[in-house]
Design a protein around this ligand. Structure first.
Ligand SMILES: [Zn+2]
Length: 324
């Protein structure tokens, strides 16, 4: 298993300090029937050399244009750097958040920001599913799920990044409806028995093998992704969301407000571009620094990761089968 070579649990890393890279342990807490424990030893996922994910496709899925940039932008950049290609799927029409003179203008500005986000992340395609912002809980989840299954098959998606369907205290319906729709779409996209009419149109079953779930509230975190090498690009990605979100041009606005008061923050530099970058890194993405430092890293993103199933039967057969 290739991933064993770059993964290490914080527990075994501590025990093997100074030794060769620790062998990653299977993450029985990741999902399925492996464990029901809330107490897990998180695994640190670090940058890998080469292109170990060559040929694989990821789908970064977000209800709104700033969700993936904030919570998973660094991991998307890392996985693409390691060989993945990827798509961005935005579920809502982003009509209810951000600056603009009218609803139509807000939608257009958010749409343009999203296209720029995808470009800066390095994703090859952007899909807008256009569900009503803040009202996705009024929509049929079956219809949402069916569209996602179609996309996973059409784009041959191996890995999804999305809000955690099992996170606690998530109050935004767009977030939890998206998470639940993705959860089961990813589970059935590989089945011959779900939406078999797709196969008449030339699609094939497509099993989604890996999930990176992020959350705004408490969640079971079993994967710490070291995004330190990607933080500056993540900052740049977040700066593309100028219509909504915590980054955009907020640094420049703060710099201007302070100047009116005849004050300045040395942190924000002497021009708008520097102010936006520095503000984003220091404040908008301060969470990543806190999370990284908690694990001896500069910057990190947290996930509940669910990996491919590994068959204990097949492993036993490989090890123990003898000629007839
Ligand atoms: Zn959101």
């Amino acid at each position: 298993m290739r991933r064993r070579h770059f993964l290490e649990s914080s527990l075994s890393a501590g025990m093997l300090l100074g030794a060769a890279p620790a062998q990653a342990q299977r993450e029985p807490e990741a999902g399925g029937t492996g464990s029901t424990s809330y107490s897990v030893a998180p695994t640190i996922e670090r940058q890998q050399p080469g292109k170990p994910h060559k040929g694989k496709v990821l789908a970064a899925i977000q209800p709104h244009c700033d969700d993936i940039p904030i919570f998973a932008g660094g991991t998307v950049l890392k996985l693409l750097d390691e060989g993945y290609s990827g798509i961005l799927i935005t579920m809502s029409n982003d009509s209810a958040a951000g600056s603009g003179a009218s609803i139509g203008e807000i939608v257009l500005k958010n749409e343009r920001d999203t296209v720029e986000v995808a470009k800066r992340l390095g994703l090859k395609e952007t899909f807008f599913l256009n569900y009503p912002n803040h009202h996705m809980d009024g929509w049929q989840i079956l219809e949402i799920r069916a569209r996602l299954v179609f996309l996973f098959r059409a784009m041959k998606v191996d890995t999804v990044l999305v809000y955690d369907p099992s996170a606690l205290y998530e109050r935004n319906p767009d977030h939890y409806v998206t998470a639940r729709a993705v959860e089961w779409a990813a589970a059935i996209a590989g089945s011959h028995w779900d939406y078999p009419e797709h196969f008449k149109a030339g699609l094939k079953p497509q099993a989604v093998h890996e999930r990176y779930y992020f959350a705004r509230g408490p969640q079971l975190v079993n994967r710490i992704v070291d995004i330190s090498p990607y933080i500056d690009q993540k900052v740049y990605v977040n700066m593309a969301n100028v219509t909504q979100g915590p980054a955009g041009e907020t640094g420049a606005h703060l710099r201007r407000r302070l100047a009116q008061q005849r004050r300045k923050l040395p942190l924000l530099g002497n021009d708008d571009e520097t102010a936006n970058r520095q503000y984003t890194k220091q404040f908008a993405l301060g969470r990543d620094r806190t999370r990284g430092q908690a694990h001896g890293l500069e910057y990190a993103e947290y996930f509940h990761y669910i990996g491919p199933d590994e068959s204990e039967v097949e492993a036993y057969v490989e090890k123990n089968a003898v000629p007839l």
